[in-house]
Structures are given as structure tokens and as C-alpha cells.
Write a protein that binds this ligand. Structure first.
Ligand SMILES: [Zn+2]
Length: 330
């Protein structure tokens, strides 16, 4: 082989290799493109859905545009609440003001922006797909569960009159035109209007923790995580296991504390006799309200539901954590 041929072969090889590298580079970029588009789309969606910079207050012929900074908590609750709309012309999506360290506007969960709107996002898309109900007990923060239990207790202790006032308020804000979404709101659930707005932004904040007085539990709650509320009837604490019987409007439910509870919350074991003590220290006519977050299932031993509580902090007695109750008792 002449040196000339060798050289040519070398050159040919090099160009082929270079060509291959370029081709691979191109392919990699090509393959990654849809992903980067998806990421950009996703980020854009997140940015857009949280950055509503102003809202139009519209009520009784008065129209005024407000920026987040111009709104105070007081002004919002006294005047603006329920009357703020998306600033995009032709878009009638209602806007909710969220106070806090960094106040912001967000879309009211019952409304959707028109597709042409800058703030449009696809709610249904985000909701479907993964069934997050099973993950709920893990996903929900301790704080959120505690807050929900406090709210449930407050609502449970409300008089019928106060409750009517509360529900009247929330139906006024629910648009009658959106049948499907409205069904959710008319379920027999104890709900606080404000809480609903904060917690139930589907897809963004994760699943809501539904509150159920024992008597309102239904078949569809089976297998789901629910916050149940009822009056304490009795405590069964033996070496066979621990359960608490609670009652609401003639319906009973057992809260059961099983292996999963013992593993998750060993610090709560051996504290249940304090609950018995608390019960005997009360007068007969005093009711003790129990709130607990657990997984609902059909009972094997009687006709009705039971709820398996996974964590010690998911149980409250008159709004008090069992560990604190135990400290108060001793
Ligand atoms: Zn809009």
C-alpha cells in the first residue's frame, strides 16, 4: 500500500467518525427536543398560573382594577371577596386573593379561564392520571391535618344557625352553571368556605382532606383517607389491641389502631388509658369530640365502617393531641 493510499484511508476514516459524532449529537438533540418542550411548557404553565398580577373588582356597576399590593386582608374580606375577576377582556374567571407572607392572586377553583386567556390552564389534565388518594396520608403534612382537625371541631361545635349562615355564604359563591363541579360542593361535608379555597386547588396543592361526621360516611369513602368526627362513646384498650368507638347522629364508627400505628407512632402506645381517665373525669352530659384522620373500610366484625389511624398525631380529643392530653392528666 502506498503512503498516499494510507493517507487517504486515514482521512476517510476521520471524516466518517466526525460525521458519526455529528450525527449522534444531532440525534441526541433531536430525541431530547420533545422533553425540553414539555419542560418549557410545564414551567410556562406554572409561571403563568401563579402570576396573575391584577384583578378586576366588579360589583353593582362598580369596576376597579387592583394589584396584589393594593389589597389588604380586611379590604378583601369586607368588599372584594367573590367579586374579583381575571383582567383579560372577555375572561370571566373569578380570582381569589391569598393573603400571607407573600400575597398573590389565583384562579378560583370553580372557574376556568377562556383558552385565549394568558392565565388559561388545563385543570382536567392535571387532575387525571395518577390517583393520589392512596398517597394522601403520606402527602398531607402534619400541619395541614392538624389544621383540618381544628376546623372540623369548630364546625362540629357550631350551632345549626351558625352552620346555616356558613353554608348560605358558600352557596352564594358557587356558580350554579357548573353542575359537575357543584356536586362536589353540595356533598354532605363539613366545610369552611375559606378552607375550601385554600386547600382545594386541584392538581396544584394535592388532594383535599375530606371531613366526614360519622353519620355522613358513604360507600365511596371506602378505601379513602378521611377526617372523621364524632362523639366519644368508649375506649377499648387491651393487649388484644386498641380501638375507640365514636358516634354521630345514631351512627357508630370504630377507630382502630393497628400494627401500622404501632410502628409509626410508638410514642403514643400506652397513652390510651389517659383518654379513659379523661372520659371518666367529665360529667355524663359533657360530650367529648374526637377528630381523626384515617383510612375508611368496611368492618369485618359489624355492619358499618371503621377507620384505621396511621399516626398518633392524626387523633385529637376535643382538639387536643393524645400526648398533650396525657401530660395534662398526669
Ligand atoms: Zn382569564
Amino acid at each position: 500500500m502506498s503512503p498516499h493510499t494510507k493517507d487517504r484511508a486515514k482521512k476517510f476514516l476521520l471524516t466518517t467518525v466526525r460525521h458519526e459524532i455529528n450525527l449522534t449529537k444531532g440525534l441526541v438533540v433531536y430525541r431530547l427536543l420533545p422533553f425540553s418542550y414539555r419542560i418549557i411548557k410545564c414551567v410556562r404553565r406554572i409561571i403563568i398560573s401563579i402570576s396573575i398580577l391584577s384583578a378586576i373588582y366588579s360589583n353593582k356597576g362598580i369596576e376597579k382594577e387592583y394589584s396584589v399590593r393594593e389589597i389588604t386582608k380586611e379590604l378583601y374580606h369586607k368588599t372584594l371577596r367573590g367579586h374579583l375577576f381575571c383582567p383579560t377582556p372577555g375572561c370571566n374567571a373569578r380570582i381569589v386573593y391569598n393573603s400571607g407572607l407573600t400575597p398573590y392572586f389565583k384562579t378560583w377553583k370553580m372557574d376556568n379561564h377562556i383558552e385565549e386567556c394568558l392565565h388559561y390552564f388545563d385543570r382536567e389534565n392535571r387532575k387525571s392520571g395518577v390517583n393520589t388518594e392512596d398517597l394522601m396520608n403520606v402527602e398531607l403534612s402534619v400541619d395541614r391535618k392538624k389544621r383540618a382537625m381544628k376546623e372540623a371541631l369548630k364546625l362540629y361545635n357550631m350551632t345549626a344557625e351558625e352552620k346555616a349562615k356558613q353554608s348560605g355564604k358558600s352557596t352564594k359563591r358557587n356558580p350554579k352553571t357548573q353542575g359537575k363541579k357543584n356536586n362536589i360542593a353540595t356533598r354532605p361535608v363539613l366545610k369552611d368556605g375559606e378552607n375550601e379555597e385554600i386547600v382545594k386547588n386541584e392538581g396544584v396543592r394535592g388532594p383535599n382532606l375530606l371531613k366526614r361526621p360519622v353519620s355522613t360516611l358513604q360507600e365511596k369513602d371506602e378505601g379513602q383517607t378521611r377526617l372523621v368526627i364524632g362523639v366519644l362513646k368508649n375506649v377499648n384498650d387491651s393487649n388484644k389491641g386498641t380501638s375507640i368507638l365514636i358516634e354521630d347522629s345514631g351512627k357508630e364508627l370504630y377507630l382502630v389502631f393497628e400494627e401500622v400505628f404501632r410502628v409509626n407512632s410508638p410514642e403514643y402506645l400506652g397513652l390510651f388509658h389517659h383518654l379513659e381517665k379523661y372520659q371518666t373525669s367529665k360529667d355524663q352530659e359533657d360530650t367529648i369530640i374526637i377528630t381523626a384522620v384515617g383510612q375508611i373500610r368496611k368492618s369485618k366484625s359489624y355492619d358499618g365502617f371503621e377507620s384505621s389511624v396511621f399516626y398518633g398525631r392524626d387523633l385529637e380529643i376535643d382538639g387536643i393531641d393524645l400526648r398533650i392530653l396525657a401530660m395534662q392528666q398526669s
